[in-house]
Design a protein around this ligand. Structure first.
Ligand code: PMP
Length: 633
């Protein structure tokens, strides 16, 4: 449970008076926080007028009664950034009433408006104004402003003399409860009593996003079971799905008001944290200009910028970026490009791809052929094209490439960490050796960085740690910070060269409806700006240090292997029956009982949380994993 936001149509719209009355009307039910204030302290006023409320200190207080940004500048200080506000939300057992200043379009600081702060928090919002001349216009203007940022207040409150006409006008335009309150701002107990029914309406309007009543949860599950088919899940699974209604930072909010730590970053997608403010702000901004457009014969600024940003991280001086929309399609593109490259080079007999034991590259046909996991893809074996699968070993690769001389198009590997195959890790030296063998046979090398990319292993790309230059690089999951589906295949100049011809039969005939989606690209551009701060590196190191301190000691048990690389930690339990083992289910239940979402890969328990996960949450994940290890023995 987090809180709700009180925003006024403008300065002196009655926010503090309303907040004081609201807290007095519900003693002990809500806490108060004003992240930044100037002049006379509203925080102190609330302490005085609602003594039973828990009141948190602001992040910043400035003396002069002017706009906070200005007051801060005059004191040679700065406003806390939106990210700092989001990160600094007090850990309150009660829902917070968060009071803003000014109006929704007042600047928060030099870079953002107040509305962007509200959008970043994503909490239910109450819009208040004084019931006096111009109230309807002020409310409708503020609603229009908020709507631009995707914010639809749960309630609109008119403070002062009841105005039936105003209420009706606002109701016509606001999809919100519109409530009138008697308001002399005296804090008088009789005034609060006579407003009780109105406060109840406001509170009811707020309730919905906090918790769904139990019958609704049962109803969601019944409807889900009747109509939804979930990935990797038996239709007869005895386990009900968790009903998630919100997410922020490293947390998932469930409909039954539980809060879980997302220990696996929602299938390895969420890079910094859920609804990371700069990424959400980029999404809101972009959505005011564009939705989607095809990508053949058309381009857009976000895709161009993103391609440049991606190529700036590549190991070659130039090259190209081919967009798609998920990890499997990024891999399909790489496989098809590799084969077509050999066709253009006059060598169409190179039809074989080499993958590795425990490799996983996605669930589409080409990706299945490259992965060939017997449990997941064995059924489809008769339909898959021929590939080789060998142990992760330079020597074995050399043998295979020698045996199949002139027949292999490309080698495909997840650098340093093979994810879905059990978080199996190899060293940079082993990767360097495998790459050297591939090169010595003149075969193309595809780095599947769908899971390892964007900093998970402690470097931007995992392959960087081996100092190699793959021919094709696949990226997806974290590319847009996990906010939206987006994928890309980075193509080296050598491969590009084979397609640089006027012969239209040599075009790369491949594309998807949502290739290079403009909103996803805009978020990915913001993600790259975020990466440019370098904080991800400190975070990956910080997480790795916690794993080393807390989890490595488990490997003293002979039946337990611990593997750690960057933010990824895996614990493998020997002899417990592979992916379908009961142990996985048991460990998931232990995690949930401790407020941590884990999804073991059979007998391999792992964690890969968002990079900004707090130390406290990292230790809670480690505690849950240690508890699982205890139960596995
Ligand atoms: N490659 C790797 C290394 C992966 O881990 C995955 C997904 N787990 C994929 C490809 C496929 O990605 P997607 O699920 O987005 O199709």
């Amino acid at each position: 449970m987090t809180g709700f936001i009180v925003v006024g149509t403008d300065t002196d719209a009655g926010k503090s008076g309303f907040s004081a009355q609201f807290l007095q009307a519900f003693p002990g039910r809500f806490a108060y926080w004003k992240p930044a204030e100037t002049g006379d302290s509203d925080t102190e006023t609330i302490r005085r007028r609602a003594p039973s409320a828990t009141v948190f200190e602001p992040l910043a207080r400035f003396a002069e009664p002017v706009a906070p940004m200005l007051a801060a500048a005059r004191e040679g200080r700065r406003m806390p950034s939106i990210a700092e506000v989001v990160a600094g939300v007090p850990d309150s057992p009660l829902p917070l009433l968060l009071e803003t200043f000014g109006g929704p379009l007042s600047p928060w600081d030099n870079t953002a408006l107040q509305a962007e702060m509200i959008a970043a928090l994503g909490w239910p919002t109450i819009l208040v104004t004084l019931s006096k001349v111009g109230a309807v216009a002020r409310i409708l203007q503020a609603l229009a402003g908020l709507r631009e940022f995707g914010i639809l207040p749960a309630a609109v409150v008119l403070l002062g003399p009841e105005d039936e006409f105003a209420v009706r006008q606002i109701e016509k335009h606001a999809d919100a409860a519109v409530v009138s309150l008697a308001f002399t701002d005296s804090g008088d107990a009789t005034e609060i009593e006579c407003n009780r029914a109105a406060f109840d309406r406001v509170s009811t309007a707020l309730q919905t996003p906090f918790t769904h009543p139990a019958p609704t949860i049962a109803d969601f599950i019944r409807r889900d079971r009747a109509s939804v088919w979930h990935p990797y899940t038996s239709l007869e699974s005895p386990d009900d799905p968790l009903v998630v209604v919100g997410a922020r930072a490293e947390f998932l909010h469930l409909a039954d008001s539980r809060r879980l730590i997302d220990g696996i970053a929602s299938w390895w997608t969420i890079l910094h944290g859920h609804r990371h403010p700069p990424l959400m702000a980029a999404l809101h901004r972009a959505s005011r200009e564009i939705d989607h457009v095809l990508f053949a014969g058309v381009t857009h600024p976000a895709a161009i910028t993103l391609a440049e940003q991606l190529l700036a991280t590549a190991p070659w001086p130039s090259g190209k970026v081919f967009f798609s929309d998920n990890g499997s399609t990024a891999v399909e593109v790489a496989l098809k490009m590799a084969y077509q490259t050999w066709c253009h080079r006059g060598d169409p007999h190179r039809q074989l791809f080499v993958g590795f034991d425990n490799g996983y590259h996605g669930d589409t046909f080409g990706a299945m052929a490259a992965g060939r996991d017997p449990l997941f893809f064995g059924r489809f074996d008769p339909l898959l094209f021929e590939t080789l699968k060998i142990p992760v070993s330079a020597g074995r690769l050399d043998d295979a490439l020698t045996r199949h001389r002139d027949r292999v198009a490309a080698v495909i590997l997840e650098p340093l960490v093979q994810g879905a195959g059990g978080m199996r890790m190899h060293s940079p030296q082993e990767l360097r050796d495998i790459f050297a063998v591939t090169r010595s046979h003149g075969v193309l090398f595809i780095a599947d960085e769908v899971m390892t990319g964007c900093g998970r292993t402690g470097s931007m790309w995992a392959f960087e740690q081996a100092g190699i230059a793959p021919d094709l690089i696949c990226t997806a999951k974290t590319l847009a910070g996990g906010v939206l589906p987006l994928a890309a295949t980075l193509v080296s100049p050598d491969v590009v060269a084979g397609f640089q011809t006027e012969d239209r039969t040599k075009t790369f005939f491949h594309g998807h409806s949502f290739t290079g989606h403009p909103l996803a690209c805009a978020v990915a551009v913001a993600n790259f700006h975020e990466m440019a701060t370098g904080q991800w590196k400190d975070d990956a190191n910080r997480i790795e240090a916690v794993w080393r301190e807390r989890l490595l000691p488990l490997s003293e048990n002979r039946d337990v292997a611990v593997r750690i690389r960057g933010s990824i930690a895996a614990i493998e339990f020997a002899g417990t029956g592979g992916y379908l083992s009961e142990l996985g289910q048991r460990m998931r239940a232990i995690g949930l009982s401790r407020g941590v979402m884990l999804r073991p890969l059979g007998n391999v328990l792992y964690a890969m949380p968002p990079l900004r996960t707090s130390d406290d949450s990292l230790h809670r994940i480690a505690d849950a994993m240690i508890a699982c290890a205890g139960s596995g023995e």
